[in-house]
Design a protein around this ligand. Structure first.
Ligand SMILES: *[C@@H]1O[C@H](CO)[C@@H](O)[C@H](O)[C@H]1NC(C)=O
Ligand SMILES: *[C@@H]1O[C@H](CO)[C@@H](O)[C@H](O)[C@H]1NC(C)=O
Length: 453
């Protein structure tokens, strides 16, 4: 095969694909989850039953970590973390600090709105309220593997901190010598994490969901990960023994770009490649509006040219073949496809891009106009980047401050309020034949009448 051929995205046109092909394009290149569940289940079991020892053997086996210490090597770091472990290049530190400030500003504004109690007097003397409280203990999963991801630590750690979560635990795969990258430790310090767990993959999820001697149990788990991590999160969420919630069922990262003739093919190509760099199962989709074959050809030529110069050319070569370009004729047609696909990241490279945001029904986060590359949202603009993938944008939102809160409600009735509402409750309790329910109201109404309250 001609090697330059391999850096190209296959091209389809909406005018000559049938419904079946369209449905196939809306699918993601993911493995069947059944096989993965079978692989993950014994890993969860070994941590749940074996505690720290089970976790330690998984770290050696799956994280390929060979720590210098003896068989009892420590699985966690506890705050306060030493500055020594958090020493990073001053340039990187400044960049992390800028990102931290922006993410905190945006999520802080959301907290102001979210934490305000709601109070409604639904009937005279009947007052209902709703209050927000932080989730007590949260477990944040920071993937490692093909790249170090300090940005994910920020995106999860900052909303947890802003929401006021008391126990923040970070888990991330250790390096082969058992250490954790200093960027992650620096961010753990910034967001006030108490524990860093040196483990990646399904076993890290299990340790935080069930808790071990050295890993605190979390009430809710957050963060992206590979298919094993995703499967582990779904399994612990279903296990009533774990009493652990999860954020979104995340899968491989993806982008969908809607472009018209005004979009520069070189920039479009850079965003397609930026997505593919994440890994072999990432997907990039370009939907063009009223662009001819020569435009599509220009994009593919730019993809080819840029890909060869990038450090991760090998990953790109393999993953581009599962991305594609779809030519459509109108704005409506393009958005209809995009809404059906429900992308994690949606880029709008269109004339009057801001106006088209109202056409978006399903997307994780939207990047508007030519000067808003996904990389800015990934790192530092202020929005979070933990977003629903694999089409879950149809029913889930990305991680935000509210993901770290739970709500409870209250009601307070005055004697007058009970006089107003009680008779209706008695009727409904009668209908359901719940006599004690009814009596709890009737006895009070009698007392109010008797004592003239
Ligand atoms: C924080 O963790 C400690 C130790 O595991 C636990 O005792 C405490 O209840 C946790 N606090 C909250 C608010 O969950
Ligand atoms: C990301 O975070 C922001 C601010 O916290 C929030 O409003 C938004 O719903 C979150 N999700 C997405 C998809 O951006």
């Amino acid at each position: 095969m001609d090697s330059t051929q391999e850096y190209r995205c296959p091209v389809y046109s909406s005018s000559n694909i049938d419904a079946e092909k369209r449905a196939q394009l809306l699918e993601r290149p993911v493995k069947s989850s059944k096989d993965i569940l079978a692989l993950v289940s014994p890993i969860l079991q070994s941590v749940r039953e074996g505690g720290d020892d089970g976790l330690r053997s998984c770290v050696v086996k799956f994280d390929r970590c060979v720590p210098a210490e003896d068989a009892g090597f420590p699985l966690t770091l506890q705050a306060p973390f030493s500055d020594e472990l958090a020493r990073i290049d001053p340039k990187v530190k400044e960049a992390i600090d800028v990102a931290y400030k922006n993410i905190k500003a945006f999520h802080g504004a959301q907290m102001e709105r979210e934490s305000e109690p709601i109070r409604v007097e639904t009937m005279p003397g009947v007052v209902c309220q709703r209050f927000a409280r932080p989730i007590g203990s949260v477990g944040l999963y920071i993937p490692g593997g093909t790249a170090v991801l300090p940005s994910t630590a920020l995106m999860l750690g900052v909303p947890a901190q802003v929401a006021g979560c008391k126990n923040i635990t970070l888990a991330t795969p250790p390096r082969p010598d058992g250490s954790i990258s200093p960027e992650i430790i620096y961010i753990a310090q910034l967001v006030g994490a108490k524990t860093v767990v040196k483990a990646g993959g399904a076993h890290a999820i299990a340790a935080m969901a069930y808790g071990t001697k050295s890993v605190p149990k979390a009430d809710k788990l957050y963060g992206p990960g590979n298919q094993f991590v995703t499967a582990a999160k779904m399994m612990v969420a279903m296990d009533s023994g774990a009493k652990c919630a999860i954020d979104v069922p995340a899968g491989p990262s993806e982008v969908l770009i809607i472009a018209d003739k005004t979009a520069d093919p070189v920039l479009v190509a850079s965003d397609l490649l930026g997505q593919q760099e994440h890994g072999l199962d990432s997907q990039s989709v370009l939907v063009t509006i009223d662009c001819d074959d020569s435009y599509v050809e220009a994009v593919n030529a730019a993809v080819e040219q840029q890909a060869q110069a990038l450090p991760r050319a090998e990953i790109l070569r393999k993953s581009l073949s599962q991305s594609f370009i779809l030519q459509t004729r109108s704005v409506e047609e393009a958005f209809e496809f995009s809404n059906d696909y429900a992308p994690e990241h949606l880029l709008l490279y269109l004339k009057d891009a801001a106006k088209t945001v109202e056409l978006v029904e399903n997307a994780g986060s939207v990047f508007v106009g030519p000067w808003s590359p996904v990389a800015c949202g990934d790192y530092a603009s202020g929005t979070n980047h933990t977003l629903p993938t694999v089409g879950y944008a149809k029913q889930y939102s990305g991680v935000s401050t509210s993901s770290f809160l739970k709500h409870f409600t209250s009601q307070e009735l005055s004697s007058n309020g009970l006089k107003n509402l009680g008779p209706y409750v008695e009727i409904l309790a009668d209908v359901e034949q719940l006599g004690a329910h009814k009596a709890s109201v009737s006895l009070r109404l009698d007392k109010i009448k008797r004592e003239d309250l």
